[in-house]
Design a protein around this ligand. Structure first.
Ligand SMILES: NC(=O)c1ccc[n+]([C@@H]2O[C@H](COP(=O)([O-])OP(=O)(O)OC[C@H]3O[C@@H](n4cnc5c(N)ncnc54)[C@H](O)[C@@H]3O)[C@@H](O)[C@H]2O)c1
Length: 337
């Protein structure tokens, strides 16, 4: 398997799941945001996915049979300031990989998509989102990911190949065996930031808005463990895609938790209070974003193993206390008194 972006957070967990399923993951990554130390289950080829000749040469050299594509830029806020960069990485990167697949006669791609393709669904209604919900992204990140999905779907139709877009909700947690974990730089995700604040290793957490029409006024999201996401990718490699040759699937637990619920879970895990302040809402943050994952369950025969936020946070905390790589790896454990 060619795993584009396999040195990153979700990609590296997927490589571990691939190896467990007896595939050899060949990671193609420019290491702009990934970690060479996270590549442990197969070779690492350093390169930019927008360089189609390099991707094609890698496919040939390693005789790969399919592609899982994680490579891209992920920070929503940055996408507002640098839209052209996001379109370049997230759309041209996919076009380049599809071209290399054609050269090498590969016929399946599994693509990392996102709940951000839905934009602000249903206002504050809080209904579970299925894949037929309108896709109206509200930032260049979501727009570029939706465009990439559409390009893949068109490519599948035109060339008789097969594509699966996996729309993740909030990826979270770390490898339960502690070998790999989340090491984004900068970190923008709630659970690692809350853990930092709770352990006194990072600044006080900011909760963006407590005036949403939710029971406690904070945003509600669907947190899905990264190892369960990884397992879904392995299953997507031979999932049925229908006559269109392309299917999009929501990956979430189908259960919403508020930001304050997550903060409480972090405090339970660390045994310490998690200091936070309430700030204004971020532009474009919907009140509720929770998946209806029924289609993924049916198509992938997928059942997430990590069902509670305490379980998810426990793995994230274990990783934070003993990170094997990333910005926190050198001193973290020693600094937690
Ligand atoms: N983390 C989440 O909660 C989340 C949620 C929804 C969707 N996603 C999607 O999942 C994918 C992976 O997310 P992640 O959290 O693992 O991010 P990440 O930044 O940890 O991983 C992305 C990897 O891609 C590599 N990369 C980036 N541009 C590249 C290029 N041009 N050529 C080669 N390699 C390149 C980076 O070095 C990194 O290793 C992204 O496409 C993202 O849009 C993530």
């Amino acid at each position: 398997m060619l795993v584009a972006g396999g040195a990153g957070y979700i990609g590296s967990h997927t490589c571990k799941a691939l190896a467990r399923a007896d595939f050899e993951p060949v990671v193609f990554d420019d290491l702009s945001n990934g970690h060479a130390d996270a590549v442990r289950w197969g070779p690492l080829v350093v390169g930019d996915v927008r360089d189609s000749a390099a991707v094609s040469a890698c496919m040939k050299a390693h005789a790969v049979s399919a592609v899982i594509h994680f490579a891209g830029l992920i920070e929503v806020g940055r996408s507002m300031h640098e839209p052209a960069l996001f379109w370049d990485y997230n759309l041209n990167g996919v076009a380049s990989v599809l071209a290399a697949m054609r050269v090498n006669g590969l016929n399946r791609i599994v693509f990392s998509s996102t709940a951000a393709v839905y934009g602000q669904p249903g206002g504050d209604s809080g209904e579970l989102l299925d894949e037929d919900a309108p896709t109206v992204p509200i930032n260049p990140y979501g727009e570029s990911k939706l465009a990439a999905e559409r390009l893949i779907a068109a490519h599948c139709r035109a060339h008789g190949v097969q594509g699966v877009a996996l729309r993740y909700f909030n990826a979270s947690g770390a490898d339960p065996e502690g070998e790999i974990g989340e090491a984004h730089q900068p970190e923008s995700h709630l659970i690692p930031l809350a853990i930092e604040a709770s352990l006194g290793l990072g600044p006080r957490l900011t909760v963006f808005g407590r005036d949403f029409s939710t029971p406690d006024g904070a945003c509600i999201r669907d947190y899905i463990h990264v190892a369960d996401l990884a397992e879904a990718h392995v299953r997507a490699l031979d999932a049925p895609v229908g006559d269109a040759g392309f299917v999009a699937l929501n990956l979430g637990l189908g259960r919403g938790l508020s930001v304050l619920d997550v903060i409480s879970a972090v405090s339970r895990a660390t045994g310490r209070a998690t200091p936070f302040t309430v700030g204004p809402r971020r532009p474009g943050d919907p009140a509720v974003l929770v998946a209806d994952p029924s289609r993924a369950r049916a198509v992938l025969n997928w059942r997430p193993a990590h069902q509670t936020i305490d379980d998810i946070v426990a793995t994230a905390l274990a990783w934070r206390l003993n990170p094997r790589f990333g910005p926190a790896s050198a001193t973290s454990a020693a600094r937690v008194a």
